[in-house]
Design a protein around this ligand. Structure first.
Ligand SMILES: *Cc1c(COP(=O)(O)O)cnc(C)c1O
Length: 396
């Protein structure tokens, strides 16, 4: 569309220290994949690993694999692979279940730690719906009152009645990044516990759950962590809360002596306490294999490229798309932006369908949002320029 911007894209791609990561993924060169914030791309080496898991570990070793292939300890082992990506210490993250289920464990666990004199749960009103549904049920079960507030109103609403606060780190629709350090500090100053949902931040930007004293965190692994469709989620419980974490789902996998088959529950120590039942080993091992792409990758470099990509995409949209046809609902300030750009647009559903036909895959969120996810490991600047060009050609 513009030689200047195309030239700039080529120069930025040539200088990109993460550019080599793209070859690790199974992607077609004629498709620009901007939906890795919904389903991450497949790392090329995962199918061979899964072939081995299925044919040898399951097919030949069968029951022996629980021990010999390390299946039983996979939830903690893989948790330790995710921990550095979110700034957590070893032994504080466990993998398993869905994000929805982990929101329930974390929120009820937080309310129980907060004590009986605190009767309110605050929740981000623009949250991904499942978090809101689970929070409402958790409040009903624990006899607390739920208050849904805009993220900007949460700090002002904290008080001696606040038990726990559940917030999405990055808003899935707008791409707004909430201020985790400042909000967590304010929540603690009020004597409450902070539960963060990291679905749209882990693998896209530094989170620092440990450095900022986050109490509980959850996140999914099939978005920026490329674990595969429905791959298991994770639960972070701050080290000094682990011994008092009273899980609302005490399954046999979290028992201190699971094979003792005792009738009375006694919780195990550490991250294992977040487990429930038998883990979904195939999905879990696909995730473990997929995490290899992060070896040697710095999350600060990922964040720097993510901001450069979203800036550049917005610049190309501004230059190419006829004035007034789209407007960005993603904050312009870097401190308030995750790794996606959301554009509001008339007939957004139809526009996205046509864009996908032209080889630019983003997604659509009701009522009028086009979402473009920028996954720095496999999206480049020429991709951003092409996506803006195709969008402009459609809207012209
Ligand atoms: C994607 C996403 C979820 C998904 O929850 P599942 O239980 O995996 O379906 C939850 N919360 C947020 C903020 C998300 O972005």
């Amino acid at each position: 569309m513009s030689e200047a911007l195309a030239g700039q894209a080529a120069a930025l791609d040539a200088a990109d220290e993460l550019a080599a990561c793209r070859a690790l993924f199974a992607l077609d060169d004629d498709v620009v994949y901007l939906d890795g914030n919904s389903l991450g791309a497949l790392p090329r080496h995962v199918p061979a690993r899964m072939q081995d898991v299925i044919a040898r570990e399951w097919g030949q070793l069968r029951i022996r694999s629980w021990e010999e292939s390390g299946w039983w300890t996979a939830p903690e082992r893989i948790g330790d692979r995710i921990a550095p990506l979110v700034g957590a210490d070893r032994g504080t993250v466990v993998v398993g279940d869905s994000t929805s289920v982990n929101v329930f464990k974390a929120l009820v666990g937080a309310v129980r730690l907060a004590g009986d004199d605190r009767d309110e749960i605050l929740v981000d009103a623009s949250t991904f719906p499942t978090d809101g549904y689970v929070a409402e049920s958790a409040a009903r079960m624990t006899g607390r009152r739920i208050r849904a507030l805009a993220p900007q109103e949460i700090v002002g609403a904290l008080g001696p009645r606040t038990a726990a606060v559940l917030v999405n780190h990055v808003d899935y629709r707008s791409g707004r990044l909430n201020d985790l350090p400042a909000m967590t500090a304010a929540i603690h100053a009020a004597g409450a516990l902070a539960v963060w949902d990291l679905c749209h931040s882990a693998g896209a930007l530094p989170v620092g759950v440990g450095a900022h004293g986050v109490d509980f965190a959850v996140g999914c692994t099939y978005k920026y962590l490329n674990g595969g469709p429905g791959s298991p989620a994770y639960l972070y419980v701050r080290g000094d809360h682990q011994a008092r974490f009273d899980t609302p789902l005490p399954g046999w996998n979290s028992h201190e002596d699971p094979f003792g088959m005792r009738s009375a529950y006694a919780p195990g120590d550490g991250a294992v306490r977040g487990r429930v039942g038998t883990p979904d080993i195939l999905s879990m091992l696909a995730l473990e294999s997929a995490l290899d792409v992060w070896d040697g990758v710095s999350i600060d470099a990922v964040r720097a490229k993510s901001l450069a990509l979203t800036d550049f995409f917005l610049e190309c949209v501004e230059a190419y798309v006829p004035a007034g046809r789209v407007s960005s609902v993603t904050p312009a300030a870097h401190a308030e932006r995750g790794s996606q750009v959301s554009l509001s647009c008339e007939k957004a559903g139809e526009v996205m369908r046509a864009l996908i036909e032209r080889g630019v895959v983003g997604d659509y969120r009701r009522p009028d949002v086009l979402r473009f996810g920028f996954t720095p490991l496999y999206v480049g600047f020429a991709d951003a320029e092409r996506a803006a060009g195709e969008l402009a050609a459609l809207l012209d």
